[in-house]
Design a protein around this ligand. Sequence first.
Ligand code: TPP
Ligand code: DXP
Ligand code: MG
Length: 631
Amino acid sequence: MDLTSIKDPSFLKEMDIPELKKLSKEIRRFLIETLSKTGGHIGPNLGVVELTLALHKCFNSPKDKLLWDVGHQSYVHKILTGRADQFDTLRQYKGLSGFPKRNESMHDVWETGHSSTSLSAAMGMAVARDLKGESSYIVPVIGDGALTGGMALEALNHIGHEKSDMIVVLNDNEMSIAPNVGAIHNMLGKLRTDSKYQRAKDELEMFLKKIPAVGGKLAGTAEKLKDTLKYLFVSGIFFEELGFKYLGPVDGHNFDSLLENIQYAKKTKGPVLLHVITKKGKGYEPAEKDKKGAWHGTGQYKIETGDFIKPVDTPPAWSKLVSDTVLKLAKKDPRIVAITPAMTVGSKLEKFQEELPNRVYDVGIAEQHATTFAAGLATQQMKPFLAIYSTFLQRAYDQVVHDVCRQDLNVFFGIDRAGLVGADGETHQGVFDIAFLRHIPNMVLMMPKDENEGQHMVNTAIQYNDGPIAMRFPRGNGLGVPLDDELKKIPIGSWEVLREGSDACILTFGTTIQMSLEAANNLQKLGISVKVVNARFIKPMDEAMLLSILNTGMPILTVEEAILQGGFGSAVIEFAHDHAFYQLVIDRIGIPDQFIEHGSVKDLLQEIGLTAESIVHKIQNILPNKQQKRA
Ligand SMILES: Cc1ncc(C[n+]2csc(CCOP(=O)(O)OP(=O)(O)O)c2C)c(N)n1
Ligand SMILES: CC(=O)[C@@H](O)[C@H](O)COP(=O)(O)O
Ligand SMILES: [Mg+2]
């Protein structure tokens, strides 16, 4: 079948199981071939081919609402809803998003990217349906990893209480990005293997069916017997006690089993939890065998060998540099404990896990818990290092304020993926952390210019015992600068002059330093001398140096790969105003007031105007007139 000819999933209604199986094969081949060129979340999507086909066969999207959580497993859904012909643009600038997007299709009823939101949204849709007297099925598909997210449990609590009609499909492949963790995961494990319960339940139901219809007493006893059986055999009672009808475990690659159980779920009143067992990476051996999360999300790869195609001589990735430096310090300092909310692989903590297994904690997709867990450790004089992506730290804002900063606790936040991340798009851009951290009392926030300064900042953070401290660093690789052998401490709140100049001053840090230096060099050729400062502490700022710059009266341009509102530039303007520099020209370049979609970081920076060229123009525009003429 030509998948690009599919316009909507209605054709599935007429398909029998042999045809569905054939289509599964074609979709798998399409995914493996296409993603070998584009990269993307191949493992998760290979695991949900049959499940997605079965759901679209049994329900009428978009009248029936299919939600995808975490959303990275929605490629098959996108193929079946008329977007196969766009997959060569997957996760590329102005191309197909890697997550559900409402402006892409009416079948994308809920946008995801951050985990564990689907059940809450589904509950909203269910209540709206009921209040409007409409009839439709609400079907959130949530992964076993996403189920460990606190929001999911909050939603289960509410759904079970309201007893709203809803079919929650739990896609259980025993994996988060790496193997899933936690007590809920273990409980699911019992369910996965409890065939004896399944058989006993089936036999009991067969027996009950043989009893002639009798008054409520015997039937009621039989029902109690069935419930007792559940207590005896299966800890999945967790869902039943929450008010869900538990169905499963169901083989998520077997159409007979899937279709029978989905049809049964459709006839069941109230909330249903359909527990589906799938295999992540199904149908492509390298991905199927992956136990470390390497095939969760990939770049390009060679189909025949499963080898990843990496750019040559890639310098050390920032995450590896930071985690390896913490590990080095942890070997000498027993206070240090590393924490990750389900991102062991992304935060490069595998080596830490191997060498100090009892000093690294993967808490599951639980950023709020991770943050307050770190706070609790810090109250006992431990030194917690919380490795967390900027975008996912958003989920723990109150814990940062209420638990860590208010109590002034020694937590070290390693804020990874700070700045534009590229292909994951607007749900993952790490551009808000400066704005949501800068205003919290007691917080220290810094960003290194390169890996060498980065390792020294990690050391500075670990040695810092005066409260919370955060170091933000970008996704991907560093500049490839040599690393000092000895780790140093950087004075808190100290900036560094990178280039002297007297006509204008650029204040910048991290990933926008290089473009600022390039702009200054280009302006030099025009006779304009520009000072460039590494404003590596966003909070506290180097007030002495800033005052000295303000006193020169030269115009200032701040440059940051972060949201402008409430960002670093705002801090400089506030400081200037608070110190009565009312006449001074201070301008800013950064992320404008919009969500930045997916694409290469280079393309996104160009679109935003965060480039050396735009810095040159900005400087020329803020110079006093006499100099502008010269430029
Ligand atoms: C709030 C949040 N934290 C972390 C992540 C990173 N993340 C993306 S997918 C994933 C694992 C999801 O596991 P599961 O839901 O089981 O889906 P699977 O990949 O196994 O299909 C994680 C941790 C995220 N997207 N959102
Ligand atoms: C879907 C999801 O949220 C993660 O898989 C995320 O895409 C990982 O991002 P990195 O590739 O930057 O580790
Ligand atoms: Mg999973």
